[in-house]
Design a protein around this ligand. Structure first.
Ligand code: IPE
Ligand code: IPE
Ligand code: MG
Length: 241
């Protein structure tokens, strides 16, 4: 299965969007959309592993998503909790896959039990290096860059960092994604042409693929289409043809 594509992105990032619209179309509560979306997340994670994608990042909850109703936020947190419990129980399976799971985003403001579960799942998979999965929870690109800048400022204050030594590498090394390659391909289902505060720094040269399919309807075939389109892109990184 691994050689199905001419070019395989090293890192795919997916904005899991469209759950609410999917539910609305069916006369269901938004929660039902998130529930199906969470299942699709599991399916697509497995598929990415099957086809040999080394790094996958999913956008699950943004720093702006707290603006939603209490009921909706609580429903999303419950689904996250269920997933984390499952990851803890299915530890052996994950171990076999060599899958390292990391949560990118701010832990501040997150329910304490979820933070604890996140730490457990991260710690238990910390020595795995076959596949890298990032799940962005309470994630905001601006907040991430702000934190990096603050960290550098603290270093300057301590006298450990010289202002003239600040460079892109130094900023990147203090982001949640430190040490990981930038996303080659960013996929957004549900037809919106925006990043919504996702991986602002890391997406400098990412290829974008917008799909009209809503996330709960998203299938491995949809991902195939995005990867095939990616294979036809001409990535220049500022070079001349
Ligand atoms: C994405 O689906 C899930 C989260 C943002 C948590 P939405 O809930 O944003 O779905 P739409 O955009 O309203 O359809
Ligand atoms: C981005 O989707 C966040 C996630 C998918 C987790 P939103 O639905 O929150 O983005 P906007 O509000 O449409 O820009
Ligand atoms: Mg949305």
């Amino acid at each position: 299965m691994e050689n199905k594509f001419a070019v395989l992105p090293r890192h795919i990032a997916i904005i899991m969007d469209g759950n609410g619209r999917w539910a609305k179309q069916r006369g269901l509560k938004r929660y039902e959309g998130h529930k199906v979306g969470a299942e699709v997340f599991r399916t697509i994670t497995q598929y990415c592993i099957d086809i040999g994608i080394k790094h996958v990042t999913f956008y699950a909850f943004s720093t702006e998503n707290w603006k939603r109703s209490k009921v909706e936020v609580a429903a999303i947190m419950t689904l996250l909790r269920q997933y984390l419990e499952e990851m803890r129980i299915r530890f052996a399976e994950n171990e076999e896959l060599g899958c390292r799971i990391r949560f990118i985003g701010s832990r501040a403001g997150m329910p304490k039990d979820i933070v604890k579960l996140m730490d457990t799942v991260e710690k238990r998979s910390a020595d795995k290096d076959k596949v890298f999965i990032n799940i962005a929870v309470n994630y905001g690109g601006r907040a991430e860059i702000t934190e990096s800048v603050k960290e550098i400022a603290r270093g300057i204050k301590r006298g450990d960092i010289d202002i003239d030594d600040i460079d892109e590498e130094m900023i990147g090394a203090r982001l949640y994604t430190a040490g990981q390659p930038d996303p080659d391909l960013i996929i957004r289902p549900s037809g919106e042409y925006r990043l919504s505060n996702f991986l602002l720094w890391q997406s400098a040269y990412s290829e974008f693929y917008i799909d009209d399919v809503l996330w709960p309807d998203y299938t491995p075939q949809d991902l195939d289409r995005a990867i095939e389109a990616y294979g036809k892109r001409d990535r220049r990184f500022g070079n001349a043809q």
